[in-house]
Design a protein. Sequence first.
Length: 139
Amino acid sequence: MVSKHSIFVDADIILDVLLKREHLYEASSDVLGLAEKKEVVLKTSVLSYGVIFYFVKKGLSMPEFLKRMKHLRSIVGVLPSNEEAVDFALYSGFSDLEDAMQNQIAESNGLRTIITRNKRDFKKSNLAILTPEEFLATL
């Protein structure tokens, strides 16, 4: 069985599933499926939810959009954040400020792993940065 410690899941992984992105869907769906079966605890930030809301609402009726978001919320928790995430992003040397904030939110909440498709932007992270495929291979 997978460790029950929380794992940060980046918005791109969730979008792979919700938007059924070709060639990316399967591994990302497997990661979310583990959370749905309560084999892992996935967390993300309110920032991720904002990005997800923006991309997923296009082309959906409000009832369908809310149904999908409520289901997502039932399997992916939201980590608290504060101004430290912004300050970290501004002074961290990360090339992508949004990813810097995500990293700080994960780290400040005691998480040790981030699952993302964009490992390049997390080069300065102290956390384990894995693609969905790499994470699944560790199980």
